[in-house]
Design a protein around this ligand. Structure first.
Ligand code: HEM
Length: 203
Protein backbone atom coordinates (compact mmCIF):
# COMPACT_ATOMS: atom_id res chain seq x y z
CA UNK A 1 0.00 0.00 0.00
CA UNK A 2 2.87 2.34 0.87
CA UNK A 3 4.48 1.74 -2.56
CA UNK A 4 1.12 2.13 -4.33
CA UNK A 5 0.49 5.47 -2.61
CA UNK A 6 3.85 6.74 -3.85
CA UNK A 7 2.93 6.09 -7.51
CA UNK A 8 1.03 9.42 -7.92
CA UNK A 9 4.07 11.26 -6.56
CA UNK A 10 6.37 9.47 -9.01
CA UNK A 11 3.96 10.32 -11.85
CA UNK A 12 3.97 13.98 -10.79
CA UNK A 13 7.77 14.15 -10.58
CA UNK A 14 7.99 12.41 -13.97
CA UNK A 15 5.58 14.93 -15.53
CA UNK A 16 7.61 17.84 -14.08
CA UNK A 17 11.01 16.47 -15.15
CA UNK A 18 9.86 15.57 -18.69
CA UNK A 19 7.82 18.73 -19.13
CA UNK A 20 4.48 16.93 -19.51
CA UNK A 21 2.31 19.35 -17.54
CA UNK A 22 0.87 21.13 -20.56
CA UNK A 23 0.61 24.83 -21.28
CA UNK A 24 -0.05 25.85 -17.67
CA UNK A 25 2.22 23.71 -15.43
CA UNK A 26 1.38 25.59 -12.20
CA UNK A 27 -2.35 25.03 -12.66
CA UNK A 28 -1.79 21.38 -13.69
CA UNK A 29 0.25 20.72 -10.51
CA UNK A 30 -2.34 22.35 -8.23
CA UNK A 31 -5.14 20.38 -9.90
CA UNK A 32 -3.35 17.01 -9.97
CA UNK A 33 -2.28 17.22 -6.31
CA UNK A 34 -5.87 18.27 -5.40
CA UNK A 35 -7.22 15.23 -7.29
CA UNK A 36 -4.83 12.88 -5.48
CA UNK A 37 -5.73 14.34 -2.09
CA UNK A 38 -9.38 13.62 -2.80
CA UNK A 39 -8.66 10.09 -4.11
CA UNK A 40 -6.52 9.26 -1.07
CA UNK A 41 -9.36 10.55 1.15
CA UNK A 42 -11.83 8.22 -0.60
CA UNK A 43 -9.44 5.26 -0.10
CA UNK A 44 -9.07 6.15 3.58
CA UNK A 45 -12.85 6.31 4.05
CA UNK A 46 -13.23 2.95 2.26
CA UNK A 47 -10.96 1.05 4.70
CA UNK A 48 -13.55 0.46 7.46
CA UNK A 49 -16.50 -0.52 5.17
CA UNK A 50 -14.27 -2.97 3.23
CA UNK A 51 -12.70 -4.33 6.43
CA UNK A 52 -16.05 -4.94 8.12
CA UNK A 53 -17.99 -6.20 5.09
CA UNK A 54 -15.27 -8.59 3.88
CA UNK A 55 -14.02 -9.36 7.42
CA UNK A 56 -10.46 -8.39 6.55
CA UNK A 57 -9.30 -7.31 10.01
CA UNK A 58 -5.72 -6.76 8.82
CA UNK A 59 -6.87 -3.71 6.81
CA UNK A 60 -7.15 -1.68 10.04
CA UNK A 61 -3.38 -1.29 9.86
CA UNK A 62 -3.67 0.77 6.67
CA UNK A 63 -5.74 3.51 8.22
CA UNK A 64 -2.99 5.58 9.77
CA UNK A 65 -0.73 5.26 6.72
CA UNK A 66 -3.53 6.26 4.33
CA UNK A 67 -4.45 9.18 6.60
CA UNK A 68 -0.88 10.42 6.51
CA UNK A 69 -0.85 10.09 2.71
CA UNK A 70 -4.00 12.24 2.53
CA UNK A 71 -2.10 14.84 4.53
CA UNK A 72 1.01 14.43 2.40
CA UNK A 73 -0.88 15.06 -0.88
CA UNK A 74 -2.86 17.91 0.72
CA UNK A 75 0.47 19.49 1.76
CA UNK A 76 1.81 19.11 -1.78
CA UNK A 77 -1.42 20.69 -3.06
CA UNK A 78 -1.06 23.65 -0.69
CA UNK A 79 2.63 23.93 -1.53
CA UNK A 80 1.96 23.92 -5.31
CA UNK A 81 -0.65 26.64 -4.82
CA UNK A 82 1.52 28.74 -2.48
CA UNK A 83 4.65 28.36 -4.54
CA UNK A 84 3.67 28.16 -8.23
CA UNK A 85 0.38 30.08 -8.13
CA UNK A 86 1.26 32.72 -5.54
CA UNK A 87 5.10 32.87 -5.58
CA UNK A 88 5.26 32.35 -1.79
CA UNK A 89 3.90 35.87 -1.20
CA UNK A 90 2.34 35.44 2.23
CA UNK A 91 0.28 38.64 2.09
CA UNK A 92 -1.13 37.69 -1.33
CA UNK A 93 -1.87 34.16 -0.07
CA UNK A 94 -3.79 35.39 3.00
CA UNK A 95 -5.75 37.88 0.87
CA UNK A 96 -6.53 35.19 -1.70
CA UNK A 97 -7.71 32.74 0.98
CA UNK A 98 -9.95 35.42 2.51
CA UNK A 99 -11.24 36.61 -0.89
CA UNK A 100 -12.06 33.31 -2.62
CA UNK A 101 -14.51 31.19 -0.59
CA UNK A 102 -13.59 27.90 -2.31
CA UNK A 103 -9.96 28.36 -1.22
CA UNK A 104 -11.06 29.25 2.32
CA UNK A 105 -13.05 26.00 2.42
CA UNK A 106 -10.02 23.98 1.18
CA UNK A 107 -7.80 25.72 3.70
CA UNK A 108 -10.21 24.91 6.57
CA UNK A 109 -10.05 21.26 5.46
CA UNK A 110 -6.27 21.45 5.54
CA UNK A 111 -6.22 22.89 9.11
CA UNK A 112 -8.49 20.06 10.31
CA UNK A 113 -6.29 17.49 8.54
CA UNK A 114 -3.24 19.01 10.29
CA UNK A 115 -4.88 18.39 13.68
CA UNK A 116 -5.50 14.76 12.71
CA UNK A 117 -1.96 14.25 11.39
CA UNK A 118 -0.42 15.80 14.53
CA UNK A 119 -2.40 13.47 16.78
CA UNK A 120 -1.75 10.28 14.81
CA UNK A 121 1.14 8.80 16.83
CA UNK A 122 0.65 6.03 19.42
CA UNK A 123 2.03 8.32 22.10
CA UNK A 124 -0.67 10.96 21.46
CA UNK A 125 -3.40 8.30 21.28
CA UNK A 126 -2.33 7.06 24.74
CA UNK A 127 -2.09 10.60 26.13
CA UNK A 128 -5.55 11.59 24.83
CA UNK A 129 -7.32 8.36 25.71
CA UNK A 130 -9.02 6.18 23.08
CA UNK A 131 -12.48 7.77 23.34
CA UNK A 132 -11.28 11.38 22.98
CA UNK A 133 -8.96 10.40 20.17
CA UNK A 134 -11.78 8.65 18.31
CA UNK A 135 -14.05 11.66 18.77
CA UNK A 136 -11.40 14.02 17.35
CA UNK A 137 -10.66 11.71 14.44
CA UNK A 138 -14.32 11.68 13.38
CA UNK A 139 -13.44 15.16 12.05
CA UNK A 140 -12.28 13.32 8.93
CA UNK A 141 -15.96 13.16 7.89
CA UNK A 142 -16.13 16.97 8.05
CA UNK A 143 -12.92 17.12 5.99
CA UNK A 144 -14.56 14.92 3.32
CA UNK A 145 -17.55 17.26 3.16
CA UNK A 146 -15.35 20.37 3.00
CA UNK A 147 -13.30 18.71 0.23
CA UNK A 148 -16.48 18.11 -1.79
CA UNK A 149 -17.67 21.67 -1.23
CA UNK A 150 -14.23 22.99 -2.26
CA UNK A 151 -14.29 20.90 -5.43
CA UNK A 152 -17.92 21.80 -6.20
CA UNK A 153 -17.28 25.53 -5.75
CA UNK A 154 -14.16 25.44 -7.88
CA UNK A 155 -15.93 23.57 -10.70
CA UNK A 156 -19.05 25.80 -10.42
CA UNK A 157 -16.99 28.59 -11.97
CA UNK A 158 -16.45 26.33 -14.99
CA UNK A 159 -19.92 24.77 -14.99
CA UNK A 160 -18.32 21.32 -15.11
CA UNK A 161 -19.75 19.01 -12.46
CA UNK A 162 -19.34 15.44 -13.79
CA UNK A 163 -16.39 14.51 -11.57
CA UNK A 164 -17.88 16.37 -8.62
CA UNK A 165 -20.99 14.14 -8.75
CA UNK A 166 -18.85 10.99 -9.05
CA UNK A 167 -16.85 11.87 -5.91
CA UNK A 168 -20.04 12.97 -4.12
CA UNK A 169 -21.60 9.55 -4.88
CA UNK A 170 -18.51 7.67 -3.64
CA UNK A 171 -18.18 9.69 -0.42
CA UNK A 172 -21.98 9.62 0.06
CA UNK A 173 -21.93 5.79 -0.09
CA UNK A 174 -18.99 5.52 2.32
CA UNK A 175 -20.54 7.90 4.85
CA UNK A 176 -24.03 6.42 4.28
CA UNK A 177 -22.65 2.97 5.17
CA UNK A 178 -21.47 4.38 8.55
CA UNK A 179 -24.80 6.05 9.25
CA UNK A 180 -26.67 2.81 8.51
CA UNK A 181 -24.27 0.83 10.71
CA UNK A 182 -24.76 3.29 13.56
CA UNK A 183 -28.57 3.19 13.23
CA UNK A 184 -28.62 -0.61 13.18
CA UNK A 185 -26.10 -1.13 16.00
CA UNK A 186 -27.93 1.34 18.25
CA UNK A 187 -31.17 -0.50 17.47
CA UNK A 188 -32.81 2.59 15.96
CA UNK A 189 -33.99 0.61 12.94
CA UNK A 190 -35.62 -2.25 14.82
CA UNK A 191 -38.90 -1.39 13.09
CA UNK A 192 -37.46 -1.97 9.61
CA UNK A 193 -36.84 -5.67 8.90
CA UNK A 194 -35.62 -4.79 5.39
CA UNK A 195 -32.81 -2.52 6.63
CA UNK A 196 -31.99 -5.01 9.40
CA UNK A 197 -31.53 -7.62 6.69
CA UNK A 198 -29.35 -5.30 4.55
CA UNK A 199 -27.28 -4.70 7.71
CA UNK A 200 -26.79 -8.39 8.31
CA UNK A 201 -24.99 -8.62 4.93
CA UNK A 202 -23.00 -5.43 5.41
CA UNK A 203 -21.81 -5.45 9.02
C1 HEM B 1 -8.71 18.77 2.23
C2 HEM B 1 -7.90 19.47 1.50
C3 HEM B 1 -8.10 19.71 0.01
C4 HEM B 1 -8.63 18.87 -0.96
C5 HEM B 1 -9.16 17.46 -0.82
C6 HEM B 1 -8.57 19.61 -2.22
C7 HEM B 1 -9.00 19.12 -3.44
C8 HEM B 1 -8.99 19.83 -4.61
C9 HEM B 1 -9.49 19.34 -5.87
C10 HEM B 1 -10.09 17.96 -6.09
C11 HEM B 1 -9.32 20.32 -6.80
C12 HEM B 1 -9.74 20.30 -8.26
C13 HEM B 1 -8.78 19.59 -9.14
C14 HEM B 1 -9.30 19.45 -10.55
O1 HEM B 1 -9.98 20.34 -11.05
O2 HEM B 1 -9.02 18.42 -11.18
C15 HEM B 1 -8.70 21.44 -6.13
C16 HEM B 1 -8.36 22.63 -6.74
C17 HEM B 1 -7.75 23.67 -6.12
N1 HEM B 1 -7.49 23.78 -4.78
FE1 HEM B 1 -7.75 22.33 -3.37
N2 HEM B 1 -8.04 20.85 -1.98
C18 HEM B 1 -7.73 20.95 -0.64
C19 HEM B 1 -7.17 22.01 0.00
C20 HEM B 1 -6.74 23.17 -0.62
C21 HEM B 1 -5.99 24.23 0.02
C22 HEM B 1 -5.49 24.21 1.46
C23 HEM B 1 -5.79 25.21 -0.93
C24 HEM B 1 -5.08 26.52 -0.81
C25 HEM B 1 -5.01 27.23 0.26
C26 HEM B 1 -6.41 24.76 -2.16
C27 HEM B 1 -6.42 25.47 -3.34
C28 HEM B 1 -6.87 25.00 -4.56
C29 HEM B 1 -6.75 25.70 -5.82
C30 HEM B 1 -6.13 27.08 -6.03
C31 HEM B 1 -7.29 24.86 -6.81
C32 HEM B 1 -7.30 25.05 -8.31
C33 HEM B 1 -8.16 26.09 -8.85
C34 HEM B 1 -8.01 26.23 -10.37
O3 HEM B 1 -7.13 25.64 -10.97
O4 HEM B 1 -8.83 26.98 -10.90
N3 HEM B 1 -6.97 23.51 -1.94
N4 HEM B 1 -8.51 21.12 -4.80
Amino acid sequence: MFAAMLVPLIMLVWAVVFDQLGANPAQALVRRTGDWTLRALCLLLAVTPVRVTLQLTALARWRRMLGLFVYFYASLHLLSYGWFDMGFELTDITHDIAKRPFILVGFTGFILLSALALTSSNRVVRAMGGKNWQRLHRTVYAVAELALLHFFWMRAGKNDFTQVWIYTAIIGLLLGWRILRYLISSNKLAASPFLQRVGSYLF
